[in-house]
Design a protein around this ligand. Sequence first.
Ligand SMILES: Nc1ncnc2c1ncn2[C@@H]1O[C@H](COP(=O)(O)OP(=O)(O)OP(=O)(O)O)[C@@H](O)[C@H]1O
Length: 250
Amino acid sequence: METALDIRGLVKRFGDKVAVAGVDLAVPRGSFYGLVGQNGAGKTTTLSMAVGLLRPDGGTASIFGADVWSAPAQAKALVGVLPDGLAMPERLTGREVLTYIGLLRGMPRATVAERADELLAVLELDAAEKALVIEYSTGMRKKIGLATALLHAPRLLVLDEPFEAVDPVSAATIKSILRGFVAGGGSIVLSSHVMALVEQLCDHVAVVDAGRVVAAGPLDEVRGGRSLEDTFVGLVGTEQTKKELSWLSK
Ligand SMILES: Nc1ncnc2c1ncn2[C@@H]1O[C@H](COP(=O)(O)OP(=O)(O)OP(=O)(O)O)[C@@H](O)[C@H]1O
């Protein structure tokens, strides 16, 4: 089966800290892949290297066979990315951001305008269309970020915490867009802390702990009859020393 995203031996150090310690991951075409891990496990660092936003100290990443670092134009044309802490042009409106990104990607102006209309309406950002991004809430920023990731109709979406700070109604809309994207042949990798969400949406899952993949594969194989939360805690949970906040109880 064709691989949408192929990550091999990715390594990243920040000074003495090894953030990613040799990650391998193969995301099959047409899969909806969830990446779960504790805070600081290395999810964002891995995804940033996988899409060419952060240069690895070792290893490779390719998107539908195009190496992210040696064939960046080819690889980046195939992927839509929602990075963590998205840096947006803040003094533009949502529509201007979409126009700017679309034209940078070399898309025809009329196509950009048409798709921007649809994306702003579907993501319920049309009311905020005239507001500058600097005035957007965190959830609205996620949504405009998702719109920029979808604009050029990529074959692979890489989404870092796409539901963080998004209200339940917008989350339902986003879920339905993402399910439709996969049903239409697209592939998705997303990171999340919310196990229920990953169980609801994803057909594959990888558990990342301390910069390594400790389990990966089809969701049912990884959780082996248990809930994903139990599996996750079993894989990465450390012995909890009971620390009571005695000053909290009267
Ligand atoms: N630019 C940086 N400089 C120094 N250390 C960093 C940097 N970026 C990440 N790290 C460290 O690398 C490790 C992995 O961070 P990363 O953001 O990839 O984790 P994560 O799994 O995405 O966490 P979270 O779920 O909290 O977003 C952490 O220990 C983090 O402190």
